[in-house]
Design a protein around this ligand. Structure first.
Ligand SMILES: NC(=O)CC[C@H](N)C(=O)O
Length: 370
């Protein structure tokens, strides 16, 4: 195992050993406090450009499932077709693994996908530094190659363009019977997680997955779905324009003919921007499986899976909109809804994968509205 050093933007250094692919990399260093879920997190396109630090100390002991695909092209266990995180940092990598579904070790998978993995770093101390300072850029440097210093940017990069599909992909609804006619949703792919598509097709919805900047407004469909995605939502100008155009066309119709919109994470931010609101960067984001959110107007709280670094500024929402959910830790926005039309979104991940499935009912609500 090669000796490596993580050098943060403020000069702080952490020393560890490489257990993944031996390559110098740079990215935004973010922490995730979930206890499990590394196969899903690493393949979540929303982690593009980021070095992921896991605070749970023991990582790798359940291995990695097979990277197989269903007939419709959706991965069986993963959230996309490759690892999107720039690197993984853990405290104590487990050399041995055991799980009914494991096909290989985390180390072998990282090496195969050419992604660095660092063990032996005090990830709780590193997290304290990130909490105090806020997320920072970081570089992973091999001690035997001191002159090989990587460079990267996070702010101002359009990561959505890198991870979105390049052409339209169609998925047929599953579980359709003569009593249950399939509806069709256009899904704006900013970096969609596979389980969002699974949640829709398993509820009898045909999905038309379109590139993030595709003008879908003239297509035939029953509802609009805005997916998750990496990076700064302010980079997704064309997507916001298309959503705004769609909403303007729908407002011309009679109320009962207005088609529904649901958004998740980046989808919440883009819907809010299309509604005229602004988005800001959180100090260190929300990345975990136990983020409590309250549904506004109720005392009902859901424990949710999250991965985001930006948030909607609820104060900037126009008078037609209201917050749908609020984060019970820091009071930040966790979703919005239109006061009259069937348009709503969540900043958290109701599709989970990984994490608690408490909020999956939001898909049922969207499908009922279609
Ligand atoms: N998971 C997501 O969709 C994240 C949205 C956005 N990139 C953020 O970090 O806030």
């Amino acid at each position: 195992m090669e000796n490596v050093t993580l050098i943060l933007q403020d000069g702080t250094e952490f020393h560890g050993k490489s257990f993944g692919y031996d390559k110098t990399v740079a990215g935004e260093v973010v922490f995730n406090t979930a206890m499990m879920g590394y196969p899903e997190s690493l393949t979540d396109p929303s982690y593009a450009g980021q070095i992921v630090v896991l605070t749970f100390p023991l990582v790798g002991n359940y291995g990695v499932p097979a990277f197989s695909f269903e007939d419709n092209g959706i991965p069986t266990f993963m959230e996309s077709d490759k690892i999107h995180a720039v690197a993984l940092i853990v405290s104590d990598y487990s050399e041995s693994y055991s799980h009914w579904n494991a096909k290989e070790s985390l180390s072998d998978w990282l090496k195969r996908e050419k992604v660095p993995g660092i063990t032996g770093i005090d990830t709780r101390e590193l997290t304290k530094v990130l909490r105090e300072h806020g997320v920072m850029m970081g570089k992973i440097v091999f001690d035997n190659q001191p002159g090989n210093i990587p460079e990267a940017e996070y702010e101002g990069v359009n990561f959505v363009e890198e991870v979105s599909c390049k052409e339209i992909i169609r998925y047929a609804a599953a579980n359709v019977t003569e009593h249950n006619e399939a509806k069709t949703a256009v899904l704006v792919d900013c970096g969609v997680k596979a389980n969002i598509i699974r949640c829709l097709i398993n509820r009898g919805v045909n999905v038309i997955r379109v590139p993030w900047n595709y003008d879908f407004t003239d297509m035939e469909f029953d509802g609009l779905f805005l997916a998750n995605g990496p990076g700064d939502p302010d980079m997704c100008v064309e997507a916001v324009e298309n959503i705004r155009k769609f909403m303007e066309c729908e407002r011309e119709k009679s109320d009962s003919a207005v088609r529904p919109i649901m958004g998740i994470c980046m989808g919440n931010q883009l819907l809010a921007k299309a509604a005229g609101a602004t988005v800001y960067k959180l100090k260190y984001g929300h990345r975990s499986h136990n983020q409590p959110v309250r549904m506004v107007g109720t005392e009902t709280c859901f424990v949710t899976s999250q991965n985001h670094g930006y948030a909607v500024d609820s104060k900037t929402l126009g008078s037609d909109w209201e917050p749908f959910f609020v984060n019970m830790n820091d009071g930040s926005n966790e979703g919005i809804r239109h006061k009259k039309y069937p348009w709503f979104s969540a900043q958290f991940h109701p599709e989970a994968c990984s994490g608690p499935v408490d909020a999956e009912f939001l898909f049922d609500r969207f499908v009922e509205l279609l």
